[in-house]
Ligand binder design. Structure first.
Ligand code: MG
Ligand code: MG
Length: 309
């Protein structure tokens, strides 16, 4: 882990059907993300929010897809920023924004990894694999597609920017899945991906899969991007997301994963995504996400701030 973090806000919400993620970066800042970082003795640069991109509304885009031109424009800008930040001596924290931001962050950090000659690994914490292609998506909401894009799967050519360094499906570990479309099931099977749905987590706990994955990252001298969707967590503890699915990760499971990733020293970048402050209860989801980020950065349970409602 580097001694310096850079926050970049990505206020996009066009990938979802519900407004609110636009306010995510402000909510993370209000909940104290900067303080969590500096309290670990880390340097911090907050770059503010990436400006809303200019784009021409949906021309030549398949009609069943929603707000494609806007997401393509965001993807281009985010990809450039992510590749630049990942090449610097800092730990980038991308605060969204809906999960379509990962089309830019995953491909951007993977480009930087390729330039360094190191493999890019991804720990994907989400109720959903977000692995629909532009042809398989049933909803047309593009936050369900960034993993398929970053893996270099078909259907994105000529619409999204080319994927210069596609992720290797063998280097992606998904934990927390509990809402997977039929097409996504098929893609996961075909690609032989390492996925742990909640049934497997119930049976195995989180420590074993995370530990095995981290060992693989280490053995390959890989770089590790963590993409953390709020809906990975159980809605009881994290209600501020438009895609809640019951039966998610508990407070302790989530902290344990973050603590293990910290102890490994392998993480090189992070997405905090899908926070919808419009749906939160007294900021409890935003605060929990900041605390979990604290654990990823080395905060121990005994250091944790206690606070009343
Ligand atoms: Mg997601
Ligand atoms: Mg999700």
């Amino acid at each position: 882990m580097l001694g310096h973090c850079t926050i970049l806000g990505l206020p996009l919400q066009a990938g979802t059907g519900r407004g609110g993620c636009l306010m995510g970066p402000d909510a993370f800042r209000t909940a104290g993300l900067s303080e969590v970082i500096t309290s670990q003795g880390l340097g911090l640069t907050d770059l503010g929010n990436l400006p809303f991109p200019t784009y021409t509304p949906d021309i030549l885009c398949p009609a069943h897809l929603k707000k494609t031109s806007e997401i393509v424009a965001w993807t281009k800008d985010i990809q450039v920023q992510a590749a630049e930040l990942a090449a610097q001596d800092t730990f980038p924290i991308f605060i969204g924004g809906d999960h379509s931001m990962a089309a830019g962050t995953l491909t951007g950090v993977a480009q930087a990894a390729a330039a360094k000659g190191q493999p890019q690994f991804v720990l994907w914490l989400d109720a959903h694999p977000d692995m629909n292609t532009l042809t398989s998506t049933l909803s047309g909401h593009l936050h369900g597609t960034p993993m398929a894009y970053a893996l270099g799967m078909p259907s994105f050519e000529g619409i999204f920017p080319p994927v210069l360094a596609p992720l290797d499906p063998a280097n992606v570990c998904m934990i927390g899945l509990r809402s997977v479309d039929e097409a996504e099931h098929q893609f996961i099977r075909e690609l032989g991906m390492d996925v742990y749905d909640m049934r497997r987590i119930d049976e195995l706990g989180v420590a074993k899969p995370v530990s095995e994955f981290l060992q693989r990252v280490s053995a390959a001298n890989g770089l590790l991007h963590v993409s953390f969707d709020v809906d990975f967590l159980d809605p009881e503890i994290a209600p501020a997301v438009g895609t809640t699915v019951p039966g998610g990760a508990t407070f302790r499971e989530a902290h344990l994963i973050m603590e293990m990733v910290h102890d490994s020293g392998l993480a090189t970048s992070l997405d905090l995504t899908e926070l919808n402050p419009f749906l939160d209860i007294r900021g409890k989801t935003a605060t929990l996400m900041c605390d979990l980020t604290g654990s990823l950065l080395g905060q121990k349970v005994l250091d944790r701030r206690t606070r009343g409602l």
